[in-house]
Design a protein around this ligand. Sequence first.
Ligand code: DAH
Length: 339
Amino acid sequence: MKEQLKKIEELAVSELSSCTEIKALDELRIKYLGKKGELTAILKQMGKLSAEERPVIGQLANKVRADIEETLNNKLAAIKANAQAEKIAKESIDITLPGKKQTIGNLHPLTIVENEIKDIFMGMGFNIADGPEIDDDYHVFEALNLPPDHPARDTQDTFYISDNILLRTQTSSVQVHVMENQKPPIRIISPGRVYRSDAVDATHSPIFHQIEGLVVDKGIKMSDLKGTLEMLMKKLYGNDCKLRFRPHHFPFTEPSCEVDISCYMCGGKGCSVCKGEGFIELLGAGMVHPKVLEGCGIDSNVYSGFAFGLGLERMVTARYDISDMRLLYENDMRFLKQF
Ligand code: DAH
């Protein structure tokens, strides 16, 4: 019986060791340890043994059962671990692949500077006014003291929808709309797109942006214009920035001037950015012409005003040292990401 038990153990262990599936393992469990299994069959014959042999064989039988059970359990654990490892290997993902990055956009440099300028003027009590980009001849030219044959119209050729309706060439037209609808005191700026039939190059575009400013009240003087523009430029370009007012001519202001800022690059000494000038031209301005005020029903004996028109693209290229204005319109991410 001892021999039989040992044989069973040997057989069971060898069969178990070559077993690779859980189902086959269950079959072996039944074959050796089940109620009708081989070990049980032997134990059933224990009654035939003598009183001395019985405990010895009993002990051996228990050991054989325990050994087989242990082998079985180890095998089960090994098969499970194997299956798990296989599953992991099959399902593994290549974490070295680059992920899909969700990029967050940023504001366009034209918008950044426009927002800053709006903030500065709102801080000085200005309102933001909006005007039409498609307008009539009267608001864009005539009411601004540019009658049909005025030579200054030549420099502002634009796109006509009909003889009388056109794309505005300057935001100065908003001055007229505002003064028609609102009586002084007036303090507005008006940012927006303007159009001219210009060919595209590094400093020209048929569509660009201006910011118009208009203040009308009792006792407004040229010094108010100078103080306002000085405040704007120092906030935008720093306290060292100097302004230069040059006499000029605009039909809708008297006196008129052009305003330059000291070059941010060389501080006024002259360099490639300011083309040796030391200054960069940024805007036109002046005291609102009495004819323009009167045309909008404002008594020029009581009220006076100043106005200015800023080129936004110029402000942006000067601010960020951009050599070619076309970069602002090309939607090239390599450029736009830098702001
Ligand atoms: N509209 C002018 C231009 O496009 C700029 C300008 C000059 C606007 C003087 C003004 C001003 O309001 O007073 O060249």
